[in-house]
Design a binder for this molecule. Structure first.
Ligand code: NAP
Ligand code: ZN
Length: 373
């Protein structure tokens, strides 16, 4: 059985937050704004949200302590603030980290849920309404029911899935991304590409998700030459508003894909690289993605063809070479570390999502090929 469900209203375009301030009013009279420590206040997004709230006479409080790869403790702290301040709804501004943390806060704020049960995602009450303003183009969190948090109990990153944490509304204004540094732009773009690719690998792929994934791959691959040129010249100036908008759109639709399909072995394997080696999430996926495709090239040629055709490529080696062109020295790891990471990845639900299920040995081989052992 296949289904498609994505209840988030998407409003996009330059100045869309201020121009649609009435949208916020539908969710109450007091909001909690959730951001990272710095970027929202310099890229214009925070100022726009404040202006929109002022126009509608909506009060607000601010939680601006979300770190990259947010912790469970951060989610509980923010939820406590939402309860103490008796807010009606939450506005998340930032990359995937603040948006995911805010989603978890929204769920914890309306439920008595202990940490050991949090990732089950089964809560009695609906989450507090959430509005998202993404300022990176990568995670697609603005269009998913997932919140990914650092899970120290299991020493990995874990996903919380709950239908009520889909943002009610997401505002997509690419002008906020003009301040995004090149390395984060590259890593987040590759994260989005990985979502679209994994959507096609997933056993939950459907005609709708497939169409969206193909469109997303085409759009991202179309702007990769501009990203590569910016990297080679160490100059971000060429990444104009139009390119930012393509990336924001492509990453949002890749989010719509994984909202249906989930992610697969690539994300499952990447989480250990982030948890133990502090490798950025998108970079971790980019290091692994081509090698995973190569491992299934003979077993699932049609799937691999569907992925590579919109990239104008014929074999996984071409994708590996493209990803490598973005990554300088690869991280050094030991075999013992990789064995441990393979053990962690193989027990995740993401593995069951794979059209061709890898063994633990397959995962080890992929890690070995992708990294500097
Ligand atoms: P991020 O961790 O949210 O942000 C990375 C860095 O970029 C931060 O230092 C942030 O600064 C800065 N930044 C954000 N927007 C900026 C802008 N417009 N200009 C300048 N700097 C900016 O990065 P992300 O890649 O978007 O999110 C990664 C997280 O999302 C991971 O935890 C990953 O596991 C998760 N994820 C979630 C999903 C999902 O479906 N929910 C899917 C994939 C990944 P500040 O801290 O100051 O804001
Ligand atoms: Zn991701």
């Amino acid at each position: 059985m296949k289904q498609y469900y994505m209840p988030t209203k998407i409003i996009s375009g330059r100045n869309c937050v201020v121009a649609n301030s009435h949208v916020f009013k539908a969710y109450g009279n007091k909001a909690m704004i959730v951001t990272g420590r710095y970027s929202a206040k310099v890229n214009g997004s925070y100022d726009d949200v404040i202006q929109a709230l002022a126009q509608e006479k909506i009060e607000y409080c601010l939680y601006d302590k979300v770190m990259s790869n947010p912790t469970v403790a951060c989610a509980y702290e923010g939820a406590m603030m939402a309860k103490d301040e008796a807010v009606d709804f939450i506005i998340a501004i930032g990359g995937g980290s603040p948006i995911d943390a805010a989603k978890a806060m929204a769920l914890i704020a309306t439920n008595e849920v202990i940490e050991a049960d949090l990732f089950k995602g089964t809560c009695k009450n609906e989450a507090m309404p959430l509005i998202a303003v993404p300022t990176t183009a990568g995670t697609g969190s603005e269009a998913t029911q997932y919140a990914i948090l650092t899970n120290d109990l299991l020493e990995t990153k874990s996903g919380l899935a709950n239908g009520s944490i889909f943002p009610k509304v997401s505002f997509l204004d690419a002008s906020y991304m003009m301040t995004l540094p090149l390395e984060i732009t590259i890593n987040t773009s590759i994260d989005a590409l990985s979502h679209a690719v994994e959507g096609l690998i997933s056993i939950k792929s459907s005609p709708v998700s497939e169409a969206l994934a193909t469109k997303s791959i085409e759009a991202i691959v179309g702007v990769l030459p501009a990203l590569l040129e910016a990297k080679q010249q160490d100059h971000i100036g060429g990444l104009d508003f139009e390119i930012r908008e393509v990336l924001l759109y492509a990453s949002m639709i890749a989010g719509m894909v994984i909202a249906q399909t989930g992610t697969t072995a690539v994300h499952a394997m990447g989480y250990s690289l982030t948890y133990f080696k502090d490798i950025d999430h998108g970079r971790a996926n980019g290091l692994l993605m081509g090698h995973y495709l190569k491992s299934i090239e003979d077993k699932a040629p049609n799937t691999v063809h569907k992925i590579l055709a919109p990239m104008h490529m014929k074999c996984a080696d071409e994708l590996i070479a493209l990803m490598d062109s973005f990554f300088d020295d690869k991280e050094v790891v030991t075999i013992e570390e990789l064995e441990m990471y393979s053990g962690k990845a193989i027990v995740t639900g993401n593995i069951n999502n794979c059209g061709v299920k890898p063994t633990k040995e397959d995962l080890l081989d992929i890690y070995k090929a992708a990294l500097n052992v």
